[in-house]
Design a protein around this ligand. Structure first.
Ligand code: DP6
Length: 387
């Protein structure tokens, strides 16, 4: 195969603390409200783009499976935009490689692997389209603003994975999207104590994908209008302040309330969208019982359009949290099964901690609520693995 240029990048998923749900323009992928997110360093998409001259068509392969590009117009939208920019700015020659073929003869061959199951509803499309856009950015020397826009054309939430640290995606108001952008509120090392614990509750695909789900919400929910106009703007201001002052309790409370409001507007959709399952509700109850026990907000939960849970806590609380998850979400098989993806010392301390753990009021254990846990640092950005 005649390959001219190639790049491999690795990009983390991001989880919103204040959620994006609803578009003001579907073609330009402009959101109705601002959102704020944090990346989960351990869960990543690794994507290689090769520019080839002897392929008949563009191709995309995700975790070994060929994507039917006829049915995936979002890829076409990203590809068309990259080609338009490359032609307009003759970017194919930007690195001085005068032997590079004209973009007109070039096809994109894309291979993407995620280190977590894509059907688990863990923002895989966000990491995937962010990786795609970031890789195109490297190949064609695009600036961050353009890379953010290309990622957004693939999937709205993807644009937040292009930057590192805490990321604020601003909805803007201009009809052409010129004031819709992403900014990094604080660098990845601003809050080194912060950790995420991802609890995978179910490997099932979503009942209804986010794109259609949010379209239905925009059409039918009255609560969404209240959220967009009266709730999110104030929450964003307070969350930004909590981030800059590293105020965990405020960050945690805003995060939990915003997750709950996302699922409330989902229930206010007609017909209702139900993304949480029994295990999700068990985890919500567990977090509140744990915070009540300590008389302080030590842990937060958040859920996207699926039943899997992302928990946030500071590093000193992680052993207690893991011991608590082990005690109240036991596996029917091996008792330590949910710890199998953790490093040995983290798993051992959770296991030892479980036996000496206090009892939580009004909570009983739910067997097999959680399949496995991932503990991760947060806030890293995309990186080039090979070029
Ligand atoms: C619930 O980015 O998947 O995860 O823009 O239509 O591709 P499209 O939707 P998508 O929506 C994600 C919504 C969410 C909340 C969030 O990440 O902010």
């Amino acid at each position: 195969m005649g390959k001219q240029k190639k790049v491999t990048v690795s990009v983390p998923i991001n989880i919103a603390l204040i959620k994006y749900w609803g578009k003001r323009d579907e073609e330009l992928m402009l959101p109705l409200n601002d959102s704020v997110s944090l990346s989960i360093d351990e869960l990543r998409a690794t994507t290689t783009i090769s520019l080839v001259t002897d392929a008949a068509a563009d191709s995309v392969c995700i975790n070994g499976k060929e994507v039917d590009l006829g049915k995936q117009s979002r890829f076409a939208r990203c590809f068309n935009e990259v080609r338009r920019l490359a032609r307009k700015r003759k970017l194919d020659d930007a690195d001085g490689d005068k032997t590079a073929p004209s973009i007109d003869g070039v096809k994109f061959v894309i291979n993407s692997e995620t280190n977590f199951p894509i059907e688990a509803g863990l923002a895989s499309s966000a990491a995937g389209f962010a990786a795609l856009a970031f890789a195109f950015g490297r190949l064609f020397h695009l600036d961050d603003t353009t890379v953010v826009r290309i990622a957004r054309l693939g999937s709205g939430s993807a644009c937040r994975s292009v930057l590192s640290g805490f990321v604020h995606w601003r909805a803007g108001a201009a009809a052409d999207g010129s004031d819709c952008d992403c900014i990094s509120l604080a660098s990845a090392d601003h809050w080194p104590e912060l950790r995420a614990v991802v609890a995978v509750t179910s490997g099932d695909s979503k009942a209804m994908g986010s794109t259609r789900g949010m379209e239905n919400t925009v059409e039918t929910s009255t609560l969404l209008k209240h959220r967009v106009s009266n709730v999110v703007p104030d929450r964003v201001v307070r969350l930004r302040h909590a981030i800059s002052s590293r105020d965990f309790a405020t960050l945690a409370n805003i995060t939990m309330r915003d997750s709950n409001q996302l699922h409330s507007v989902c229930l206010d959709t007609h017909p209702p969208l139900m993304y949480l399952n029994e295990a999700s509700w068990h985890l919500i109850g567990l977090v509140h019982a744990l915070n009540d026990h300590f008389g302080a907000t030590r842990v937060a939960y958040t859920f996207d359009a699926g039943p899997n849970c992302c928990l946030f806590a500071e590093v000193d609380f992680i052993p207690t949290l893991l011991a608590c998850l082990l005690k109240y979400c036991p596996s029917s098989g091996s008792p330590t099964k949910i710890l199998e993806k953790l490093d040995k010392s983290t798993a051992e301390s959770a296991y030892l901690g479980r036996d000496s753990l206090f009892d939580l009021k009004s909570i009983s254990a739910m067997t097999d609520a959680v399949q496995y846990l991932v503990v991760s640092t947060v806030g890293s950005g995309p990186k080039v693995v090979d070029m």
